[in-house]
Design a protein around this ligand. Structure first.
Ligand code: 2RA
Length: 393
């Protein structure tokens, strides 16, 4: 597909110029007609003329995910008639520049949604709970990156490559999964379709940018202090993160798991449509700037085969296999920062279970684990004609 990008191709029904592969079922392209090209989506093999351009808002535009949302909405040529940036009152008036885009931050308050078609929220569950309902009542579709609505039965929780069909039933809000879940399922879903997933165990290796910009600064300051022989100061994390590992992501629950670990269980069940799936995870924060990694041990209903596993992952959209142990080739976070695809390697039989596979998955948690997945949802909603609040909501 990449080879076609930007090229004009003649077909029996006309000429087209491919601009962007948005998701497995949707391409953004210009279709040649007498007198020029018209822009649209090719969605499930139907051409949808993009007469519409969308007024888009980003709530939480000052954060790390907010910046990536700006970059992706503009770079992926989403049909924008405007892109407005929102945050709390204390950031009002701040100028944000990302790539070739410059915008001024406005205060996120209910009235702003009157004039938006879609808003991506990435400002925490509290803001989402306070403003998402207001936005929908005012006719604005919400794609929510927080945990506020993920487990709400009325809200689809979507990874377009896996359960994009769930978007058709949205009632104004679509939830974006937690980063660790999204990256895990990009590697596990193809194996589930091949062998039938029964349970999985995982250990995560989560980059500090998953906590936010202050955590990146803390890691860098601690590394510098170590090199210069000074003392490490901790404010974001309870312990030093430089040269250390913290088996602690999000807060602890009464049963000893953390909230992050329970998200892996609950969100995986919902996205894969497997209510009885068994999941046990230990989530670990590591001194890596960007891209999460996971060691996953999965058990299946049917007998597994490593070559079939490799082939299934290799043809799944949004994932690539990097698995050449003899050449020291496997996915690593430094290679996946700012990359759309997730990488899977170290694919082998799990020596401790009957129908088990052990795999290693890496993905950019700011992209596939957050901003990219949200923009893909917006693209899929636009391409399928669902980027509007349904009547009667
Ligand atoms: C993290 N769960 O701590 C967050 C990002 N969504 O990495």
């Amino acid at each position: 597909m990449r080879g076609f990008q930007g090229k004009t191709l003649g077909t029996p029904i006309g000429r087209y110029r491919l601009l962007q592969k948005n998701s497995p079922s949707s391409l953004l392209l210009d279709f040649g007609r007498a007198g020029g090209f018209v822009r649209g989506f090719l969605f499930n093999r139907r051409f949808i003329h993009l007469a519409t351009q969308y007024k888009v808002g980003i709530v939480g535009a000052t954060g790390a995910v907010g910046h990536e949302l700006i970059r992706l909405f503009t770079d992926r040529r989403f049909p924008l008639s405007s892109l407005r940036l929102f945050a709390s009152a204390r950031s009002t008036g701040r100028e944000i520049q990302v790539g070739g885009f410059t915008g001024t931050v406005e205060e996120a308050k209910p009235e702003v949604f009157d004039d938006l078609d879609v808003a991506v929220f990435s400002a925490g569950a509290g803001i989402s709970r306070a403003l998402a309902g207001e936005a929908v009542r005012r006719g604005c579709v919400v794609i929510d990156n927080s945990s506020a609505f993920r487990m709400d039965n009325a809200v689809p929780l979507v990874i377009p490559e896996i359960n994009g069909e769930a978007l058709a039933s949205h009632k104004g809000i679509v939830a974006n999964p937690n980063c660790s879940t999204a990256i895990t399922l990009m590697g596990l879903c193809p194996l589930h379709r091949e062998f039938g997933l029964r349970r999985f165990y995982a250990a995560t290796y989560q980059a500090v940018s998953g906590t936010g910009a202050a955590a990146i600064r803390e890691l860098e300051a601690q590394v510098k202090a170590h090199v210069e022989g000074g003392a490490s100061e901790c404010s974001v994390y309870p312990h030093p993160i430089a040269f250390n590992l913290l088996p602690h992501v999000d807060s602890f629950l009464d049963d000893g798991y953390t909230k992050e670990e329970m998200k892996m269980l609950n969100e995986s069940r919902k996205i894969l449509g497997l209510p009885d799936l068994r999941v046990s995870t230990t989530c670990v924060r590591v001194p890596v700037i960007r891209a999460h990694s996971l060691a996953v041990f999965a058990e299946f209903d049917r007998p597994v085969d490593v070559e079939r596993a490799r082939a299934a992952i290799g043809k799944f959209p949004g994932v690539e296999v990097v698995d050449e142990p003899a050449n020291n080739r496997y996915p690593m976070p430094l290679d996946y920062a700012g990359k759309e695809k997730c990488g899977v390697g170290r694919i082998r039989r799990d020596a401790a279970s009957e129908n088990g596979l052990a795999i290693w998955i890496v993905g950019d948690q700011l992209w596939k684990g957050a901003a990219l997945n949200a923009v893909q949802i917006a693209e899929e909603l636009a391409a399928s004609g669902h980027l509007r609040v349904p009547a009667g909501v």
